[in-house]
Design a protein around this ligand. Structure first.
Ligand code: ZN
Length: 352
């Protein structure tokens, strides 16, 4: 890790941070969370998941976090969970906004001060930009999780259709999940359209094998589609707004399946994901299929095996992963580490 400067904090504040670092509150995964998000700070190595259980009326019943990182990031996450538990999602959003404005823009409206009184202990951190990332990491993850909640909440209407088609359309259920890449949303569908693997369509030109991808590319600002076994991840252009695109995408997916469309043309199956079968390759594929791909799929992406030669494994990142800033890190630290562990012959993992 890169050495980062230690901010000089008031003694009392230092104690609070150390206490939360040593005994983090709500430090666990939340099995019944309905939204969660991941925050990662490559500069310091802070890496946390934030979990929320929010009821349909918007009350945060439970909040927790899990992961590892420096004392500042951990204390901030710990304090955050205690502050938002039992509050309404909007209130949590307000606290989050006030704190981020205070830390990042150095703005604090006097009427917001009582909201973030408990967070004033991070004031001394502001002089150290790297450490500001530590203090705000969990709050950024909270921001994503709240967006996810709003998004799912605002789109209950996905399941409702007018006209005569109503009955048939109702059977196709979608849920949407934000991914670590803010430009990518993963749409889960209540049916399986591929036996295994995935198909990545980074451009419209490459989508000719997929009637579904072609249809989605007709939507303005859609610039990437990945089709997995029971999910579709859609990537939008960075300037475009999900509020307008997401409902259109969801409706298009529902209509497509309701009219009996095939996600991938029959003649394009099976996937090109086959080939050489040396023992090492088999072993690599086994680990990818059993451990790594399911984990990556949860974030709306996929990793495809391209080849193995002289100790070098070549992989291709698809979907949400491919343009996510932390993907290289994931590949290097996670995948490479795991593969090396299982196959000592492996020297390096590279991506194409
Ligand atoms: Zn940190």
């Amino acid at each position: 890790m890169i050495p980062v400067p230690e901010p000089k904090l008031d003694h009392l504040y230092q104690e609070v941070i150390l206490d939360h670092n040593k005994n983090p509150r709500n430090f666990k995964a939340l099995a019944d969370a309905n939204v969660s998000s991941h925050g990662y700070n490559p500069l310091c190595g802070d890496d946390y998941h934030v979990y929320l259980k929010i009821d349909p009326k918007g009350l945060i019943h439970d909040a927790s976090f899990q992961g590892s990182g420096c004392a500042i990031s951990k204390a901030s996450a710990s304090i955050m969970t205690t502050m938002i538990k039992g509050r309404r999602a909007e209130e949590a959003g307000k606290i989050k906004k006030s704190f981020l404005d205070f830390m990042i823009k150095d703005e604090l409206h006097p009427k917001d001060k009582p909201y973030i009184e408990r967070l004033m202990l991070f004031e001394g951190v502001k002089e150290f930009p790297v450490r500001v990332k530590c203090a705000t990491l969990a709050w950024r993850a909270l921001e994503d999780a709240l967006k996810q909640y709003e998004f799912e909440h605002a789109n209950v209407s996905y399941h409702m259709f007018e006209k005569g088609e109503a009955k048939e359309m109702d059977e196709i259920k979608l849920s949407a999940e934000m991914t670590p890449n803010p430009n990518t949303i993963k749409f889960l569908v209540n049916r399986q359209f591929l036996e295994s693997g995935s198909f990545d369509f980074p451009t419209r030109e490459k989508a000719k094998d997929s009637p579904l991808a072609l249809k989605l590319f007709e939507i303005d600002s859609v610039n990437g589609v990945l089709i997995g076994t029971n999910f579709i991840t859609v990537t939008k252009e960075p300037h475009a707004d999900w509020q307008t695109i997401a409902p259109t995408v969801a409706t298009a997916i529902q209509e497509f399946f309701a009219s009996g469309g095939e996600a991938i043309s029959k003649d394009a199956l099976p996937s090109a994901n086959e080939g050489g079968n040396s023992l090492i390759e088999q072993k690599i594929k086994q680990i990818l299929d059993a451990e790594i791909r399911p984990a990556v799929a949860r974030d709306g992406g996929d990793i495809v095996f391209y080849g193995y030669q002289d100790g070098i494994v070549t992989l291709h990142l698809q979907g949400a992963c491919s343009s996510c800033p932390s993907s290289i890190m994931t590949l290097k630290m996670g995948v490479e580490h795991r593969l090396k562990q299982a196959v000592p012959e492996i020297k390096e993992v590279v991506q194409v």
